[in-house]
Design a protein around this ligand. Structure first.
Ligand SMILES: CC(C)(COP(=O)([O-])OP(=O)([O-])OC[C@H]1O[C@@H](n2cnc3c(N)ncnc32)[C@H](O)[C@@H]1OP(=O)([O-])[O-])[C@@H](O)C(=O)NCCC(=O)NCCSC(=O)C[C@@](C)(O)CC(=O)[O-]
Ligand SMILES: NC(=O)C1=CN([C@@H]2O[C@H](COP(=O)(O)OP(=O)(O)OC[C@H]3O[C@@H](n4cnc5c(N)ncnc54)[C@H](O)[C@@H]3O)[C@@H](O)[C@H]2O)C=CC1
Length: 443
């Protein structure tokens, strides 16, 4: 059985590794070598990565791929994508190329408001609390001045502070519900700093408020935190073309494809089991760009799925219709992203990704990310409603299976050629590589 340890965080990196490999690995030297293999040879760069998080022992690589040919509002982009799953980048690239020839993607940012809340318990009269709030509200703005002054100069800051009565949900529970404009920053730290100052001011001022009883003066702050639910930080991405232009092969007409596609989207609108997978496909594109641009994918994931459930049941994020012979496919999605702050100015590959994207503002990045999600969903639905998903996915996954067998270059070349005309499944690859090895050995 493994042991626990006290003071691990205080050990040096090399001592941490020693403890890990000695405690958990049968071959400590091998384990240590694997960890060290992923260190950067540039010590300064390694230190930068070490300091992103805590207790760092090595780097965890993900491939960074690119999907070219994205025409967004008449501007061409090559989109960086960091993801472990095969076929996602290929699918995005294929959808980009398809829509490039059909006018490209059109996007608009609908809104950019973010929310934070101070949750508190107040045992008293709501009327008195409202009076107190009216009195203290200017002070809340005043006492956060040092935090907000630069953001205000840039055109952002605190938009409004509301008092919300939540006592029908929990006894004596109220909120300060605050809206913010954080411009090119995702804003989590800015918002949290403002909220924590509101909480201090609110509590302090309550002690001096004459209309409160002694009990009412004891406002109990439970917590102050931004919300990752951002339904008013919304972007729309859309593609459309005539149904005749929709087909690029002879096996299905544009009309038949459009109808099937719209049905597939409708199913995801009404059937949660399908909607979750449908939206997972959208997140294949979104997460990959969010990660490549150093943004907080947990925040995005949480917010997006909450939005997908906003009408009471989990539903598709994308929608499609055919009207007057025109096929339209679109998505509105909440995305709180930053192109300043967090890791965006620190991680060399994030900086490179942002430069590749023409150094976007947060609003531009929202549009690019939404397009990556819409394109991904288009590619997946196109495969699902025509060839089935496995054909393309397994074609891309072939190399992973071959690597599981530690295939050499000759085997990879021969089998890639073979599977151009055969269906890729795990067992078909197993059979083919076994046969090839028997044949090669007997020669
Ligand atoms: C996989 C493809 C693209 C193959 O599609 P294909 O028609 O066999 O590809 P192709 O060889 O004819 O090439 C056409 C274009 O596709 C792209 N492409 C093609 N191959 C590559 C490659 N190796 N590397 C980079 N890009 C590639 C590329 O843009 C290329 O143009 P070119 O560069 O030649 O001018 C297609 O079958 C497809 O789009 N499939 C969908 C795959 C998918 O959605 N994968 C996500 C993982 S599955 C999942 O997690 C989600 C899901 C599906 O469950 C969601 C849902 O249910 O909704
Ligand atoms: N629940 C959550 O989502 C939480 C997330 N986080 C983390 O917080 C980080 C993001 O916080 P931020 O406050 O965005 O980053 P940050 O703390 O690095 O701040 C960015 C700062 O950049 C400055 N700035 C300069 N030019 C600007 C411009 N044009 N527009 C806007 N700001 C400009 C502002 O002072 C702003 O506060 C992420 O790493 C995230 O993972 C932290 C706590 C909770």
């Amino acid at each position: 059985m493994s042991k626990s340890i006290s003071g691990f965080s205080k050990l040096s990196k090399s001592k941490k590794i020693d403890w890990i490999v000695d405690t958990y690995f049968s071959n400590a030297e091998d384990a240590k070598n694997i960890l060290k293999q992923y260190w950067n040879t540039d010590e300064k760069l390694q230190q930068l990565h070490d300091e992103f998080i805590e207790n760092t022992i090595t780097n965890y690589y993900l491939p960074l791929g690119v999907a070219p040919n994205f025409l967004i509002n008449n501007k061409l982009y090559t989109i960086p994508m960091a993801i472990e799953e095969s076929s996602v980048v290929a699918a995005a690239s294929k959808a980009a190329k398809f829509w490039l020839e059909r006018g490209g993607f059109k996007t608009t940012v609908i809104s950019t408001t973010k929310i934070g809340q101070v949750h508190f318990i107040f045992k008293g009269d709501f009327h008195a609390l409202k009076q107190f709030f009216a009195k203290v509200k200017p002070k809340l703005f005043e006492e956060t001045e040092s935090i907000t002054k630069n953001m205000k100069k840039r055109g952002g800051g605190i938009i409004d502070i509301e008092l919300r009565d939540k006592t029908s949900d929990i006894e004596n529970y109220y909120q300060l519900h605050v809206s913010f404009e954080t411009l090119d920053a995702m804003g989590a730290n800015f918002i949290n700093s403002c909220l924590e100052q509101f909480a201090k001011t609110f509590k302090k001022e309550a002690l001096e408020f004459n209309l409160f009883t002694e009990e009412e003066k004891q406002i109990d702050i439970i917590m102050s935190i931004l919300s990752n639910y951002v339904p008013n930080c919304l972007v729309r991405a859309e593609v459309s073309c005539s149904i005749e232009d929709l087909s690029d092969n002879d096996t299905i007409s544009g009309e038949a494809f459009a109808n099937k596609f719209v049905q597939a989207v409708k199913i995801a609108e009404v059937e949660p089991y399908r909607a979750v997978t449908h939206n997972k496909g959208i997140m294949n594109g979104i997460d990959a760009v969010v990660l490549a641009t150093g943004n907080d994918f947990r925040a995005v994931e949480a917010g997006v799925h909450a939005y997908a459930s906003r009408n009471g049941s989990y539903s598709s994020l994308t929608h499609a219709k055919v009207e007057n012979g025109i096929f339209t496919f679109w998505m509105e999605i909440p995305l709180a992203l930053g192109t300043i702050g967090g890791l965006t100015g620190l991680h060399p590959l994030v900086k490179l990704s942002l430069e590749l994207l023409h150094k976007p503002s947060a609003k531009e990045l929202m549009q690019i990310v939404a397009v990556a999600g819409l394109a991904q969903n288009f590619a997946a639905l196109r495969s699902l409603t025509t060839t089935g998903i496995q054909q393309g996915h397994m074609k891309m996954h072939l190399m992973n299976i071959l690597n599981q067998f530690e295939a050499n270059d000759f085997e990879k070349k021969t089998l890639t050629e073979h599977f151009k005309n055969h269906t890729v499944t795990h067992s078909a690859v197993t059979e083919a590589i076994t046969e090839l090895r028997i044949k090669t050995n007997s020669e």
